[in-house]
Design a protein around this ligand. Structure first.
Ligand code: NAP
Length: 257
């Protein structure tokens, strides 16, 4: 990632958790970025981030990614500014726990709209503004590695992100644009609270610091890795999921989580 001089980075979900940490670390790691475009719904949190990073030019773009009108707004901004996107980080996401029959269709739609549709569309809209060496970082989840009873729709949405990222990586190989799917286990952010999820004692034991997850993700992205997995426990999950039949894995993850 050497040519970032006139380029910009775009980070969704920048108002909290992993997205916010991506902005902090991108600003440090790539000081030649002209601007970092940051999106989320909560303007005041994005403004706080700008106050925290006065030396960095943040372009605050309020977007509700559950609304397809936000794709038009993003597209218009790109057309107006004609930036060179060196790094796109799709970090916005939501997760609601519980058995599927207990979830509302609103919750299910939110997970699919934000985790998948918005991520696909923003990626698509960004592609014409990327060039050789540009990076796309898709925040998926360790939940992408196996079906997860009790978190079924969320895990399916993240499997969707992982599959999309792997396929797009091949489509973009000739353009030398690299995609990394970030698949962390549980991370200490507001994610669980926002989704009304009580963290199981097993998950609590493995909660990772967002700083470490993001540091590893940026390292892996600059090496051009397809998947970034932080932490021993989720590496073990990935390994087990790659050898066990899916039916056994679903049963096991239902028991554990
Ligand atoms: N924390 C974990 O344990 C964990 C583990 C694996 C993967 N992940 C993934 O990591 C990503 C970041 O999550 P996090 O842990 O950082 O959680 P978080 O602190 O709750 O952050 C979620 C971000 O998504 C944004 N967002 C939610 N709904 C939105 C909407 N309708 N339109 C625009 N932005 C929206 C939020 O901004 P506003 O509310 O301001 O709109 C916020 O910035 C998600 O994709 C999540 O699935 C998290």
């Amino acid at each position: 990632m050497k040519k970032e001089r006139k380029g910009i980075a775009v980070v969704t979900g920048a108002s909290s958790g992993l997205g916010r940490e991506f902005v902090r670390q991108l600003a440090k790691k790539y000081p030649l970025l002209r601007e970092i475009w940051v999106t989320a719904r909560r303007m005041e949190e994005l403004q706080k981030l700008q106050d925290e990073l006065p030396a960095v030019r943040l372009r605050i773009i309020p977007l509700d990614l559950s609304d397809p009108a936000s794709f038009c707004l993003f597209s218009e901004k790109l057309e107006q500014e004609q930036p060179c996107i060196r790094i796109l980080v799709n970090a916005a996401g939501v997760g609601y726990g519980g058995r599927t029959e207990q979830q509302t269709t609103e919750q299910i739609s939110q997970m699919l709209d934000i985790n998948c549709r918005a991520l696909f569309c923003l990626t698509r809209l960004s592609l014409p503004y990327m060039n050789r060496g540009s990076r796309i970082i898709q925040v998926a989840s360790g939940s992408a590695f196996a079906p997860q009873p009790g978190f079924a729709v969320y895990a399916a949405s993240k499997a969707c992100v992982l599959s999309f990222s792997r396929a797009l990586r091949e489509e973009l190989r000739a353009r030398e644009i690299y995609i990394t799917a970030v698949c962390p286990g549980p991370v200490k952010t507001a994610f669980f609270e926002n989704g009304g999820i009580q963290i199981s004692p097993v998950k609590k034991m493995f909660l990772a610091e967002p700083e470490r997850v993001v540091h590893k993700a940026l390292q892996d992205a600059s090496k051009g890795k397809a998947v970034s997995v932080y932490g021993f426990s989720i590496k073990v999950v990935r390994l087990i999921a790659s050898v066990l039949p899916q039916s056994v894995m679903s049963w096991l993850s239902g028991k554990i989580f």
